[in-house]
Ligand binder design. Structure first.
Ligand code: KG4
Ligand code: ZN
Length: 349
């Protein structure tokens, strides 16, 4: 295999509360190191930006060293450096950007700026270090529709082919993950609450409480979750005391309402765009029940379903940044002046 067709990319993501450094080669992941700060932020019930910055500064060097060691490469073998420049927490993104710029300068390698959501977009295609670096996706699977659901975003993306895509829908208020986390907090499930809620929901009855299906009247493909959040809060207050079974049933019913809303608009997009495959990415893709619903949906409409193959690839990680960076490398889409590359906390796809 010609080396240059599958460059070795060192990727960095410090957009939120995970310090991550990965090494990828095409679709192949040689290392994907994630140093999570979640235990530190948990006591505050959310991410504290200043603490996140300090932790990133502390963790970025050891995480880099471990990535190099895990991938069993020498720094000189790296062909390019990729880094997330948004969306995310400004002062957290800054840590990754500074580290990436210094490293690119030191190694004299090109720098690639990546949108974090573009990373989530390609996360289903990450392969392990023993597999081929080729992206395993024939042309026959296009056009495709991607649903990206994280703590800050709920995006619907249309892909004509592997590299040309366009956002066709997004949330106008809360993101799906944020909505789940806020409801979980009302149930006292800690932070982040959505994964705990998934466990509670397994023992619950999803039909006990009914919640409104938002945005069904709007003609567009946008999402809104704030009404659902209000309805959830109202439902809790109508129960005078929460018994264990109430928590299980509320979790199951609410989670189901959020997922039904996500699939409702996805279905609208499927009717309009007639895709051959559905892609899923973002932290919420870790939810097994959601994947089951999507799998059922896709098999009903004869669509191929691609989703992150591991928990690591669902949540924030740098390997997905490396996967996205591969396409930028192919186009020689490099940062021309490092001084001009700044963090963009509200960067959109
Ligand atoms: O992509 P991500 O790790 O970070 C952002 O870019 O925001 O997404 C985090 C979101 C959080 O809202 C988190 O609660 C949610 O993904 N999440 C889940 C699960 N695991 C993480 N939501 C539902 N079920 C899960 N198992
Ligand atoms: Zn993310």
């Amino acid at each position: 295999m010609h080396k240059k067709s599958y460059p070795i990319i060192l990727a960095i993501d410090t957009s939120c509360d995970e310090t991550s450094v990965a090494i990828t080669q095409g679709a192949k992941i040689l290392a994907n190191i994630i140093a999570s700060q979640v235990e530190i932020h948990r006591q505050f019930g959310g991410v504290m930006p200043l603490i996140a910055k300090l932790e990133h500064n502390k963790l970025i060097n050891p995480t880099y060293n471990l990535a190099i060691k895990t991938a069993k490469i020498m720094p000189e073998q790296i062909d390019a450096i990729a880094v997330t420049y948004g969306p995310g927490l400004a002062i957290a993104l800054e840590v990754g950007l500074i580290f990436a710029k210094n490293l690119a300068q030191e190694l004299n390698r090109p720098l690639i700026a990546i949108n974090h959501m573009e990373g989530h977009l390609y996360s289903p295609f990450g392969l392990n270090s023993k597999q081929s670096p080729k992206f395993d996706l024939p042309d026959s699977k296009f056009p495709a529709l991607a649903l990206l659901v994280s703590g800050g975003h709920s995006d619907l993306v249309y892909l004509e082919n592997l590299t040309s895509f366009q956002k066709i829908g997004q949330t106008i208020d809360d993101a799906a993950g944020e909505c789940l986390d806020k409801f979980a907090r009302l149930l006292d499930l800690g932070y982040p609450g959505a994964p705990v809620m998934e466990k509670m929901a397994q023992k619950g009855n999803k039909n006990r409480f009914s919640f409104p299906l938002p945005m069904t009247q709007s003609g567009n493909l946008n999402y809104s979750f704030s009404g659902l959040k209000t309805a959830g809060r109202h439902q809790i207050t109508t129960l005078l005391k929460l018994f264990k079974q109430d928590i299980y049933d509320l979790s199951a019913s609410f989670q189901n309402a959020v997922f039904t809303a996500l699939i409702y608009k996805l279905n609208k997009a499927v009717i309009k765009y007639q895709p051959k495959s559905i892609w899923l990415g973002g932290g919420v893709s870790a939810n097994k029940y959601f994947k089951l619903l999507l799998r059922q949906y896709c098999s009903k409409y004869n669509l191929n379903f691609y989703y992150p193959k591991s928990h690591k690839l669902s949540s924030d990680n740098a390997a997905m940044i490396g996967l996205a960076a591969y396409f930028h490398f192919q186009n020689q889409d490099f940062v021309s002046d490092f001084n001009l590359l700044q963090r963009v906390p509200r960067l959109s796809l």
